[in-house]
Ligand binder design. Structure first.
Ligand code: 5GP
Ligand code: ZN
Length: 112
């Protein structure tokens, strides 16, 4: 499949790995928007959050629990943001479900 993040997961395109297990892969965002900015992607190709089914409940729970665990290990204690952009209006640019994990500075709200 011609998918950038599937190629990153397969190691066909290099990335800076943050974490990996059977279900998910986490890697540094190539264009970081905060001192800590990595992406967590399911290894299974899911296009976006709209395409999730009930079968993916545990997977998404695992993403959030793992994000918190990674941040704790990185020494982040002052909070963080987990973001999913979905489709055009959500600002999604890569059509493989991914969660941005941002930390290390005070983040603005609301987003643009
Ligand atoms: P989106 O805009 O779809 O929510 O987020 C896509 C993210 O993927 C962007 O933050 C962008 O910087 C990141 N990205 C795009 N191409 C690559 C790449 O080849 N390698 C890495 N590590 N990140 C990428
Ligand atoms: Zn993919």
């Amino acid at each position: 499949m011609d998918c950038l993040f599937c190629k990153i997961i397969a190691g066909e395109i290099p990335s800076k790995k943050v974490y990996e297990d059977d279900l998910i892969y986490a890697f540094e965002d190539i264009n970081p928007e905060a001192p800590v900015h990595f992406l967590i992607v399911p290894k299974k190709h899911i296009k976006n959050a709209e395409e999730l089914s009930g079968k993916d409940k545990d997977l998404i729970g695992h993403v959030f629990l793992t994000a918190a665990k990674i941040l704790k290990e990185k020494g982040v204690t002052n909070g963080f943001r987990i973001v999913n952009n979905c489709k055009e209006d959500g600002g999604q640019t890569v059509d493989h479900l991914h969660f941005h994990v941002l930390a290390g500075r005070s983040l603005q709200w609301p987003p643009g």
